[in-house]
Ligand binder design. Structure first.
Ligand code: SF4
Length: 228
């Protein structure tokens, strides 16, 4: 399975790859890319089937533009159906250059449950990552405001709902609304976070004060580091 590593430092990537491949790997980006590329190519050569995720073209445009600023991603894979020909006497023959069969799997993966529990809006997220670029807390404490591969406020909200546990890192959200302002779909992430944290006014005051105290503390630390 392919997952982005843009949120990890080279040191962290090297640590995980060394453990995965069971051999020491140097921290140079070229070497990291070469090792992973060779592994992927050898697996593709041996593969009997290919699995890919599906995005509509318009979604690719929104996703790419908001995540990287480019009009279209550098790699787009379009599957139009089975490989076929009807060149010889108009006889339809499947699987000329492969694939000969395409299976579409729709995975619910608790999505219906989330939608039925009042969190349908969260499922509209296209994963562009724009919310992270504008999140003052994520830009201050980085992956401390993340759980596994679920980054920032939206990620932790999703993680909490998916695992049916109120993740403690939800308290880092400042409910400033920067993510909503900059979301191409206008998803109200702070409202979702407030709903998961508990909507009582007293608890919101508590979370507001605590998150801002944490943010100010780390901002002061960063500024002190920059000066020294
Ligand atoms: S509302 Fe929360 S998740 Fe959204 S930008 Fe502000 S701190 Fe980040």
């Amino acid at each position: 399975m392919e997952i982005p590593v843009a949120h990890l430092s080279a040191k962290e990537i090297v640590k995980r790859l060394s453990s995965y491949y069971n051999k020491p790997i140097e921290g140079k980006p070229e070497e990291i890319v070469n090792i992973v590329r060779e592994d992927i190519i050898s697996n593709i050569n041996d593969a009997k089937i290919g699995i890919t995720g599906a995005n509509a073209m318009n979604m690719i445009k929104i996703l790419s533009f908001n995540a990287t600023g480019s009009i279209i991603p550098s790699f787009v894979d379009v599957i139009s159906g089975v490989s076929k020909t009807a060149d010889v006497e108009k006889k339809f023959i499947k699987g000329v250059y492969h694939p000969s069969e395409i299976i579409l799997i729709l995975l619910d993966n608790k999505r219906s449950e989330l939608a039925n529990n009042g969190f349908k809006e969260l499922l509209y997220c296209i994963g562009c990552g724009n919310c992270l670029l504008y999140c003052p807390m994520y830009n201050t404490i980085g992956n401390e405001f993340a759980q596994d591969n679920y980054l920032g406020g939206k990620g932790i909200a999703y993680y909490s709902l998916y695992n049916k546990e109120k993740n403690e890192k939800l308290e880092f959200c400042l409910t400033c609304g920067k993510c909503k302002e900059n979301c191409p779909l206008d998803l109200d992430i702070p409202a979702i976070i407030k709903k998961i944290r508990g909507e009582e006014i007293s608890s919101e005051i508590y979370y507001f004060l605590k998150s801002h105290a944490i943010w100010i503390y780390y901002q002061l630390l960063l500024r002190a580091k920059a000066v020294s």
